[in-house]
Design a protein around this ligand. Structure first.
Ligand code: ADP
Ligand code: ADP
Length: 223
């Protein structure tokens, strides 16, 4: 059973078509790169797939749910508990220490602060940021901040992770660390959907889906 299935998804903003009859599936344990030049529809695809945007046509099945029948509240719960999202520019809460930023998804899901902080400390250790636990987000380097964002996205053990240009603002070493951490989710059967315009990043995926003007132009199995 795929974790994600898009079937004939189309969407336009006002008169601008952004997705045209896009179909794709993502299986457990898979890393899928969604590529294409700027304006090809990658971000729109991510918003639709993650339940942030309801497409004008087509079906989206995410983690066993047909999103057409899932209301906004239930979609938000699904995102908080079973989906991880990492964006190019980290959005850590500036007023919270790194530890509490990473703990946030668990406290939002109802964990006690103590339990959430214990889990966040473990998550920070996994991304090599134990020493930064009490730092403010502004004190982190770009690569450290992105690793903290990855720790926060993964702390709920999501079944699927969406990453939109997660290393575009990092140097090659920091980028490689972040990609390795993201790929790590496949070891427990989760999937990674990696949105990127960078061919060297896309080459790390199992499969590439290339968009052009909102349509799937090309699909390739890479490994
Ligand atoms: P990508 O992520 O590949 O750059 P997008 O999904 O952001 O592509 O954009 C696809 C198309 O939709 C582009 O033509 C873009 O200009 C347009 N678009 C994206 N977001 C909006 C929006 N909020 N309002 C109007 N047009 C948009
Ligand atoms: P409901 O499920 O409550 O009827 P809709 O799914 O119709 O709400 O959402 C109304 C509009 O807001 C849709 O265009 C949808 O894509 C958009 N939308 C819903 N949730 C979000 C969200 N979290 N972020 C951005 N847009 C959203």
């Amino acid at each position: 059973v795929p974790l994600l299935e898009l079937d004939g998804v189309s969407h336009a903003y006002a008169r601008t078509p952004a997705l045209r009859e896009v179909s794709l599936t993502v299986a457990p344990g898979e890393v899928v790169a969604v590529t294409g030049s700027s304006g090809s529809g990658k971000s729109t695809l991510l918003h639709v797939a993650a339940g942030l945007l309801r497409p004008q046509a087509g079906r989206v099945h995410l983690l066993g749910h047909d999103l057409a029948g899932v209301d906004a509240t239930a979609r938000a719960v699904l995102r908080r508990s079973e989906i991880g999202i990492v964006l190019q520019y980290v959005q850590l809460v500036p007023d919270l220490p790194v530890l509490d930023n990473v703990a946030l998804p668990l406290t939002l899901n109802g964990s006690s602060l103590a339990a959430a902080r214990t889990a966040a400390a473990d998550a920070l250790a996994e991304v090599g940021l134990t020493d930064a636990a009490s730092a403010a987000p502004a004190e982190l380097s770009g690569g450290q901040a992105q690793r903290a964002a990855v720790a926060r996205a993964l702390i709920t053990s999501p079944r699927i992770v969406f990453a939109d240009e997660p290393v575009a603002s990092l140097d090659p070493v920091g980028g490689r660390q972040v990609l390795d951490l993201l790929r790590g989710v496949t070891a427990r059967g989760a999937a990674l959907v990696l949105i990127t315009h960078d061919n060297t990043v896309a080459a790390l995926a199992d499969r590439e889906v290339r968009l052009r003007q909102g349509s799937v132009e090309h699909e390739a199995v890479l490994r």
